[in-house]
Design a protein around this ligand. Structure first.
Ligand code: GDP
Length: 178
């Protein structure tokens, strides 16, 4: 893969309540490590990763956002340019699941209609689950999102999230004849 001149460059945004594991998912994806101690995200951090999808080279620019209200005005600017949005909730925290529709509304307000969206139930390694897989899938279907269960801690299906979003964006790009 030619990393200096990828076939595609996509912007992704990862959002969800504070503490659901957004930074940990990114660290797992980028460095394949996991940090136990919680460091609250301040503002927006940004990560680059090159990957190959069905023989095509893709560069992902992933923006990690803070859940805090005071950063919202900065973050809305990132939605506008996003090709994909990853909505994360914590499987052990009911509230973080209930808030997904609020996050969705916010994204729909600022992003383009063709943005690819995926719902991620993180911390699948922990018990008890406050949200069942069936319930999360049902909600994802209702909201027209793909659902992926993951764990930043055990690395379960973390790569799948990003591969899946990248693949869907490529599909949309082909459909649009770009
Ligand atoms: P953010 O505010 O959404 O970026 O959340 P963080 O990535 O900072 O994670 C918040 C806390 O959850 C940290 O203490 C992490 O160690 C923990 N955490 C994140 N992902 C997982 C996971 O998949 N499993 C478990 N057991 N803990 C996790």
């Amino acid at each position: 893969m030619n990393q200096n001149n990828p076939d595609y460059v996509f912007k992704l945004v990862i959002i969800g309540d504070s503490g659901v594991g957004k930074s940990c998912l990114l660290i797992r994806y980028a460095e394949n490590t996991f940090a136990e101690t919680h460091v609250a995200t301040i503002g927006v951090d940004f990560l680059l990763r090159n990957l190959s999808i069905d023989g095509e080279s893709v560069r992902l620019q992933i923006w990690d956002t803070a859940g805090q209200e005071r950063f919202r005005t900065i973050i809305t600017g990132y939605y506008r340019n996003a090709d994909g949005v990853i909505f994360v909730f914590d499987k052990t925290k009911r509230d973080s699941f209930d808030h997904i529709e609020d996050w969705l509304k916010e994204v729909e307000r600022y992003s383009s209609a063709k943005v690819v969206k995926v719902l991620v139930g993180n911390k699948a390694d922990l018990q008890p689950h406050a949200v069942t897989t069936e319930e999360a899938k049902l909600k994802a279907d209702q909201l027209n999102l793909e659902y992926i269960e993951a764990s930043a801690k055990s690395a379960f299906q973390v790569d799948l999230i990003f591969d899946s979003v990248a693949r869907k964006i490529i599909q949309k790009t082909h459909e649009a004849g770009i």
